[in-house]
Design a protein around this ligand. Structure first.
Ligand code: HEM
Length: 181
């Protein structure tokens, strides 16, 4: 059983047989205080701010609206570090869930928790990371398909007109040759 002394720098570990050991666990206490503060008063971060942490030496991911600093975990991540770096600058919830992480993995996440992402700053789904030329290519595609439509409509008419012209001139030639007889 572990109980904490009222002084900030000392904790008393009470062992089952009644012995009392004074242990200096200041760091543990500060750590627990920090965790408590984070839970009660979470840090709200904008998507832009979180997105700056997008490399091997500084890697933050967003999963279910929560921000995790996974930098110390990169080398130990069973899925590899690259996949975590690729999961930055976006909502990685789907990527995380698609893998089907175990309960153990989910329990580990609290060690890397930084805060909450401000949902108003999140990019809208399916609009983020679109290639900038998408509008142009869509327009090009649209104009391409409209010209194809015109061709399919005009081409048969052209063929008909040509066939009629051939028929007409061929008949005229026969008539002329008959008048010369
Ligand atoms: C705080 C965040 C994360 C933690 C603590 C974490 C932890 C883990 C752990 C413990 C495993 C081993 C398998 C398991 O127990 O489920 C694992 C596997 C894996 N993780 Fe993560 N992960 C995190 C985020 C992500 C993200 C964002 C991705 C993005 C796709 C990802 C992709 C993978 C992949 C591909 C595997 C390998 C699965 C396999 O080979 O079976 N992880 N992760």
């Amino acid at each position: 059983m572990l109980t904490f002394a009222r002084t900030p720098s000392k904790a008393t570990k009470v062992i089952n047989n009644g012995d009392h050991l004074n242990l200096s666990v200041q760091t543990d206490i500060w750590y627990l205080c920090g965790r408590l503060k984070m839970t009660l008063d979470p840090k709200i971060l904008s998507f832009e701010e979180v997105s700056k942490h997008n490399r091997k030496t500084d890697c933050w991911v967003i999963i279910s609206g929560k921000v995790y600093d996974v930098t110390p975990f990169l080398d130990d991540h069973p899925g590899g570090d690259e996949i975590l770096i690729l999961a930055t600058e976006k909502d990685a919830t789907e990527d995380f869930e698609d893998v089907g992480h175990s309960q153990n993995a989910i329990d580990m996440m609290k060690d890397y928790y930084v805060g909450e992402v401000d949902s108003n700053t999140m990019p809208r789904k399916n609009t983020y990371n679109k290639p900038p030329s998408s509008t142009t290519s869509a327009a090009a595609q649209a104009s391409g398909s409209s010209s194809t439509n015109i061709l399919t409509f005009v081409l048969p008419i052209l063929i008909l007109v040509l066939a009629y012209a051939l028929y007409y001139f061929a008949n005229k030639k026969v008539a002329v040759s008959f008048t010369h007889l």
